[in-house]
Design a protein around this ligand. Structure first.
Ligand SMILES: [Zn+2]
Length: 311
């Protein structure tokens, strides 16, 4: 038996063929049909068939099809209630793969699938309780408790990006102010840098932004810091303070075996993780001398596919 995991992104739909213990054998993709539920389901169905045909796997050998979705959903009815990036709402996937595939279809949001993928096959392997934090355009999260995804009363738990860390702070898309997401996402790092640059003409970031057509990225802040820029270093340290505050709050609530950090900002590697550990371990509740392990995600974009397959 095998499983299929689908990462339904706003741009691409990726289907992966996985073993029962979460080893990704192969994956194929096609552009996502946004705003067209029937077209979207047809593409997913075709990709599943093509992948099985390519490996000579009978459709009856597929034990489960899992889908990671960007949006709110009801797991029990396998329904996407609202998917902003997909341009559709109230789409039921329960029968989308029939008649060829008669196996159960399960859905969860993409951040939860990534957490489950890292839990089974990535940086979280061997843990029982795991938090995954994704630092991208926003701050995403997934909570694995006693080996199971925790999704809460309405299947929308794990929104750690919307924990307020600065009362009356920067406005957030969710309507609150001072959410972790507004400080600790890549977007937050860029905003912090922009604000600091306005007060400080003496930083190489001005020239870098000009060279880049006026655009500032999180990587440029990291590059400027690596080049010894004092302002970039100060901004980065502030960023670490905010992120460490959020992670410490989470550790004190959940006491996970590890926190896995993924997303674009995590590409800065140990230069991010070392100052984070220093701050978090100094603040968190703990009995043993060592603090909670904070490690980089290892599966990249495959985490969501593997996690979906294992739902
Ligand atoms: Zn928010």
């Amino acid at each position: 038996m095998m499983r299929l995991g689908i990462d339904l992104g706003g741009t691409n739909t990726v289907v992966g063929l996985c073993t029962l213990d979460g080893v990704l054998m192969d994956k194929i993709s096609a552009p996502t049909k946004t705003g067209d539920p029937d077209g979207l389901c047809a593409v997913m169905h075709d990709l599943c068939r093509d992948l099985c045909d390519k490996h000579n796997i009978p459709y009856s050998e597929i034990e489960q099809i899992g889908i990671g979705l960007p949006g709110t959903l009801v797991k029990a009815t396998c329904t996407l209630t609202f998917g902003t990036n997909l341009g559709m709402s109230n789409v039921c996937f329960a029968h989308a793969f029939e008649p060829e595939f008669n196996c159960p279809v399960n859905i969860d949001n993409d951040a939860n699938c990534a957490a489950l993928g890292e839990f089974y096959g990535g940086a979280g392997r061997g843990t029982r309780n795991l938090l995954m934090v994704t630092l991208g355009t926003g701050v995403g999260g997934g909570i694995v408790l006693e080996g199971k995804l925790y999704t809460g009363r309405e299947d929308i738990a794990g929104e750690i990006g919307h924990m307020v860390i600065v009362p009356n702070g920067a406005p957030c898309n969710c309507g609150r102010h001072g959410c972790l997401e507004t400080y600790a996402s890549a977007t937050g790092l860029i905003r912090l840098a922009r604000e600091a640059m306005e007060q400080c003409p003496d930083t190489c970031l001005h020239a870098m932004v000009q060279e880049n057509g006026g655009k500032l990225t999180a990587k440029m802040v990291c590059d400027a810091r690596d080049a010894g820029d004092a302002l970039a270093d100060r901004v980065f340290n502030d960023y670490c303070d905010y992120l460490a505050c959020g992670l410490t709050n989470l550790i004190n609530v959940f006491q996970p075996d590890a926190i896995v950090i993924g997303g674009g900002v995590a590409g800065y590697g140990e230069k991010l993780l070392m100052p984070l550990r220093e701050r978090v371990h100094a603040q968190q509740f703990k009995i043993a001398p060592e603090g909670t392990p904070i490690v980089a995600a290892t599966l990249g974009n495959d985490a969501g596919i593997i996690g979906a397959a294992l739902l």
